[in-house]
Design a protein around this ligand. Structure first.
Ligand code: BES
Ligand code: ZN
Length: 625
């Protein structure tokens, strides 16, 4: 693997860096408020929208146009301070970034109101529309959005960059119940019964704008939290989250600082939701694969909650610095789990994460490995942030922070830096260089500062930031909770070569294990040492496929089963791929199936094309090509 440092930043560049994934001229404006009015047309499957920006040019002599991002939008009319603007232009579409909307802008630095009437189109990549038949209750259609990373521009014209933040008012007009990424306000007199008004007082970037509408019910899961879902699964959703949510919030508040957003709610979506969770402010969107009945997936809630500080308050300035959102978030997620369940569980999460990172880097084709296994990626060549997405920002980012924590003297020394950093950048967007400078700034000024600075100087920053592949430091995780899993896996891996009697193994071997422990065990089993018969015998004894309601466990089982060529499992994997739309499972699942039965993979995809979310559909299509 190449160890050359490419893309090291020239010292003169100004922070935060410019975002290469927007076509807008966001740097020329200051945005102080956004009102987004969306009327749902269920029959046409479009939104009729109106967006109002309160905006100010930074330098009137430099600015003659306002350029916004759009993607597959139909622009109907534009007004600036109530005066119609006729000579705006919508540029030809760039396949990745969409179409620039260029609006002539008056030479003034006074605030003005820019109002745009528009509609979304069938090609919108931010929305998925479900027929009643595709929902759980079968009563009503369903609609949800997913804007991260650069799909907000297909929901409304905007500065589609995490560098621009605005407070929002959302007005959603729908025949069905609606939610949006803010706190709902009580209907005012005379307001239409179909309107839901939601306010986000804290400035947020466009990628955190979210709406959903359908047959939604809600139930409490804590003193400041509700879960929303379709009525049939509401009780199960409440049961899944009610034991942990408030404890997680309080643990996070102790690590960072009090929760700013007033309420923390979760919306459990239909199975085609393409992610495990999405940290939409006030209302985390979650995959129904979390509802396994055993509360074994709540780390995803800890993760999305942790974004309330990392990502939603303190935000990466562009998707090149995505690790600032996700690496920090995984770090906080594991600190929360450590605070609630004990430090050993933090380390267990880190161990499975390290394995995921190895697998993820191994599975990248050489060119994407070179580009996307760096902590800071280079997206200036117009690459799509969706293509750059991987485990790397999550786990390499976590490992950098874990390494720094230990290098600087452990939690007691590192911990005060956490609120310092999150306060300094609260409601701002930053790059990795500002993170590093803040680290130096904080530790230079505490007692014994010179020592800390010397330690920070010993960090191989260029390798951490820019070198592809695994991190330069292999960490020392406490493997107490993983050792039994490794030992049991070693015994199974030796069954065929040593002709061990299978009756040595009993179901009690894994009794009381968490799904993470079962996952670590399955990850360690090697299809090159186990015959397909041994793999099946293992499943018979431990009932992995029978009792596992947990997609993390099931997907790992299929990895092993397919690699060991257990042919009876291929159809079952295809069935599994017809029930989940979470890309984390769908994409590797199709890759596995493609290797052993390309026709089955293709047919399964074609059969489920309409079930998958547009983003997932596009990614799997690329994977299968
Ligand atoms: N923000 C991400 C999801 C995301 C990332 C959506 C990039 C679109 C583009 C979310 O917080 C996340 O990381 N979800 C994970 C779960 C988590 C426990 C690692 C997922 O979906 O698997
Ligand atoms: Zn995340």
């Amino acid at each position: 693997m190449s160890s050359t440092v490419v893309n090291a930043r020239a010292a003169a560049v100004v922070s935060p860096e410019a975002d290469p994934s927007t076509l807008s001229n966001y740097r020329e404006f200051q945005l102080s408020h956004t009102t987004l009015n969306l009327k749902v047309s269920w029959s046409q499957k479009i939104l009729d929208g109106k967006v109002d920006f309160i905006i100010r040019a930074r330098d009137a002599s430099q600015t003659s146009q306002l350029i916004l991002d759009t993607s597959y939008l139909k622009i109907k009319s534009i007004k600036i301070d109530d005066r119609p603007v006729a000579n705006y232009t919508l540029s030809e579409r760039d396949t990745v970034f969409g179409s620039k909307l260029s609006i002539p802008y008056p030479a003034t630095t006074k605030e003005s109101q820019v109002s745009i009437e528009y509609a979304t189109t069938k090609a919108c990549t931010a929305l998925q529309w479900l027929e009643p038949a595709q929902t759980e209750g079968k009563q009503a259609p369903y609609l949800f959005s997913q804007c991260q990373a650069i799909h907000a521009r297909s929901l409304f014209p905007c500065f589609d960059t995490p560098s621009v933040k605005s407070p929002y008012k959302f007005i959603v007009d729908s025949e069905h119940a609606s939610v949006a990424s803010g706190n709902p306000i009580e209907p005012i007199e005379g307001q239409s019964l179909t309107e839901t008004v939601t306010v986000q007082e804290i400035p947020i970037p466009s990628y955190l704008v979210a709406i959903a509408s359908g047959d939604l019910a809600k139930a409490p899961i804590g003193p400041r939290s509700h879960v929303y879902s379709e009525p049939p699964s509401l009780n199960a959703c409440q049961h899944e989250f009610c034991a942990d949510t408030e404890g997680f919030i309080q643990a996070a508040e102790k690590i960072v600082f009090p929760y700013d957003w007033k309420t923390y709610n979760v919306l459990v979506l239909p199975p085609s939701f393409p992610y495990g969770g999405m940290e939409n402010p006030n209302i985390t969107f979650a995959t129904p694969t979390l509802i396994s009945g055993d509360r074994q997936n709540v780390a995803v809630i800890a993760h999305e909650l942790a974004h309330s500080w990392s990502g939603n308050l303190v935000t990466n300035c562009s998707w090149e610095h995505f690790w600032l959102n996700e690496g920090w978030c995984v770090y906080l997620e594991r600190r929360i789990i450590g605070a609630v369940h004990g430090e050993l569980h933090r380390h267990l999460g880190a161990i499975i994460g390290w394995h995921d990172l190895e697998e993820s880097i191994k599975s990248m084709p050489p060119t994407s490995r070179d580009a996307y296994s760096r902590l800071i990626v280079d997206l200036k060549d117009s690459s799509d942030p969706d293509d750059a997405f991987s485990t790397v920002p999550y786990e390499k980012g976590f490992n950098l922070l874990f390494y720094l924590e230990n290098l600087l003297g452990g939690k007691p020394v590192f911990d005060p830096f956490i609120p310092y950093y999150f306060s300094k950048y609260r409601t701002k967007s930053l790059d990795s260089y500002e993170f590093k400078a803040t680290l130096y700034e904080y530790f230079a000024n505490v007692e014994g500062g010179e020592n800390f600075v010397a330690k920070l100087d010993s960090v191989d920053w260029d390798t951490w930031f820019y070198t592809p592949g695994m991190p330069p430091i292999t960490p020392n995780f406490d493997s107490t909770l993983a050792d039994n899993c490794f030992a049991l896996a070693d015994r199974w891996n030796a069954v065929d070569s040593t002709k061990t009697d299978i009756s040595e193994f009993v179901s009690a071997d894994i009794e009381g294990w968490t799904s993470t422990q079962i996952g670590i065990f399955l990850d360690k089993l090697s299809a090159s040492s186990m015959s397909s018969a041994t793999v099946l015998a293992m499943n018979d004894i431990y009932h992995i496929t029978k009792s596992a309601t947990n997609a993390e466990v099931i997907s790992r089982w299929y990895r092993l089963a397919v690699e060991a060529r257990v042919e009876s499992q291929y159809e079952l994997l295809a069935e599994f791929l017809s029930t989940v739309g979470r890309m984390k499972f769908v994409r590797p699942g199709y890759r596995l199936l493609k290797d052993v039965d390309a026709k089955l993979a293709k047919n399964t995809f074609e059969k489920n094309r309409d079930f998958y979310h547009p983003i997932c559909r596009a990614m799997v299509e690329k994977d299968l090509a």
